[in-house]
Design a binder for this molecule. Structure first.
Ligand code: RBF
Length: 164
């Protein structure tokens, strides 16, 4: 598990299955775009580093984190994908909607995953302030987009293992 003190973005590549046979959707929220673009860069590069073909990465933007759920739902409804990575950033200091949005997207993503029996990864930063978000989007606590991508690969591999 990720902790405040541990940077888990430095995965050992030997522990991560090859992603060469898998197709991924990435849904990125436009709110807090500097942060979510950094998460996206980390996630995309991590998929490539683990063997995903560029043409097997399907990226779509949604306005805010609240829309990540319906974005993931639409992708799984219309595309044949092995896992979806949802990327967003909700900053508490800047919105009283914090709890509503965080709870909605966490529950929504879980529900979509169960509905389609596909991994849908929660790559949403929920921080007290901008600095904490920057620290987790390529700063001193790594890049949580990288962790989200590795989680997607591991879960896609688990699904493939069990489906065979
Ligand atoms: N979306 C985010 O991804 N991060 C935020 O920090 C964020 N703060 C918001 C604050 C307010 C007051 C509102 C109205 C929306 C916010 N949103 C945020 C957008 C939200 O996820 C969604 O796009 C909109 O509520 C439209 O459904």
């Amino acid at each position: 598990m990720s902790t405040q003190l541990k940077n888990l973005s430095d995965f050992s590549h030997t522990e991560v299955p090859s992603a060469v046979n898998y197709k991924f959707g990435i849904v990125v929220a436009e709110w807090n775009a500097v942060i979510t673009n950094a998460l996206y860069g980390g996630a995309y590069q991590s998929l490539i580093d683990h063997g995903t073909l560029p043409e097997h990465i399907f990226t779509y933007a949604v306005p805010g984190s609240f829309e990540l759920t319906s974005g993931a739902d639409l992708l799984l409804k219309n595309l044949k994908l092995d896992a979806i990575i949802c990327l967003g950033c909700v900053i508490q200091g800047e919105t009283r909607h914090f709890d509503f949005i965080c709870n909605a997207v966490a529950n929504g993503i879980s529900n979509v995953a169960i509905k389609y029996s596909k991994p849908v990864i929660f790559g949403v930063l929920t921080t007290d302030n901008q600095q904490q978000a920057e620290d987790r989007a390529g700063g001193k606590h790594g890049n949580k987009g990288v962790e989200a991508a590795v989680t997607a690969i591991k879960m896609a591999n688990l699904a493939a293992t069990l489906d065979n």
